[in-house]
Write a protein that binds this ligand. Structure first.
Ligand SMILES: [Ca+2]
Length: 255
């Protein structure tokens, strides 16, 4: 009996170790939540990725407009279709799960967010999250309550934009006539509210209400720092599916 009991602590210890490991993972996830609270709502910390969009497609059987058309577009002095350039192959070759999902229309972005239990951020929400620091104890370089010129802070440095933002590591297979393509989601320097790529990388659809033109926010790797500013107004026809537009989602926080 006593001998038998000697084995029990071993099993118990194993269980405890597994439990502790699970708790550690949980705590790590809590320490780095995928969504950032901003007042009454929370917003994705990164642009929606190919991996996330793949899970949505597998669950719903969605075929995007760009896939049906044979490919999305780039702007070459006019929109040009690029055969085979779609959400899972942004430059015509398979993209990594960590790359941001591009070639997605406004309605497709909206449908993804709905499926994920979220929604597109409103224009006002996106602007508040991008430019006004709301964290209780922001890290050095950010001050609670302060509104910044860029989503990266006072300077556009650290974003993935064209020319004005300093170096950033973009994906190797990006083949473009302009710029260096997108970076992995969340691989650039975190900006205001700890959010990644609110400035640059992919331009982001925001909830624009009715009307066939929808706003995009934050600029992209295709342009310099100007479109990263809050004052820059840009909209596109809602069916636009192109290499440099993606999105992120938001949702209300419980009251
Ligand atoms: Ca972006």
């Amino acid at each position: 009996m006593l001998r038998g009991m000697k084995h029990k602590p071993t099993a118990w210890t194993t269980f405890l170790a597994a439990f502790a490991a699970a708790m550690l993972l949980h705590l790590e996830a809590q320490a780095s939540p995928p969504m950032q609270p901003i007042g009454a709502f929370e917003i994705d910390r990164t642009e929606v990725t190919i991996g996330q969009f793949r899970r949505y497609v597998q669950a719903t059987g969605t075929v995007t407009q760009a896939e049906r058309a044979g490919g999305g577009s780039t702007f070459e002095g006019g929109w040009q279709q690029r055969r085979g350039w779609v959400w899972h192959a942004p430059y015509g070759q398979p993209g990594a799960d960590e790359e941001p999902a591009a070639h997605v229309t406004y309605a497709e972005a909206q449908a993804f967010c709905r499926w994920a239990g979220k929604r597109l951020p409103t224009d006002a929400e996106w602007g508040e999250a991008a430019y006004t620091e709301r964290r209780a104890q922001p890290p050095a370089g950010f001050v609670r309550g302060q509104t910044y010129r860029y989503p990266t802070g006072d300077s556009p440095q650290g974003a993935n934009c064209l020319g004005d933002c300093g170096p950033s590591r973009t994906v190797a297979h990006a083949q473009t006539s302009r710029g260096r393509g997108h970076a992995l989601a969340g691989s650039t320097r975190a900006g205001v509210n700890g959010l990644f790529d609110m400035g640059g990388n992919l331009w982001e659809w925001v909830d624009s209400g009715s009307g066939s033109d929808k706003r995009t926010r934050g600029g992209s790797w295709w342009y310099g720092a100007g479109p990263m500013e809050d004052s820059h107004h840009q909209s596109k026809p809602e069916g636009t599916a192109v290499i440099y537009i993606g999105f992120r989602c938001a949702r209300d926080l419980p009251r």
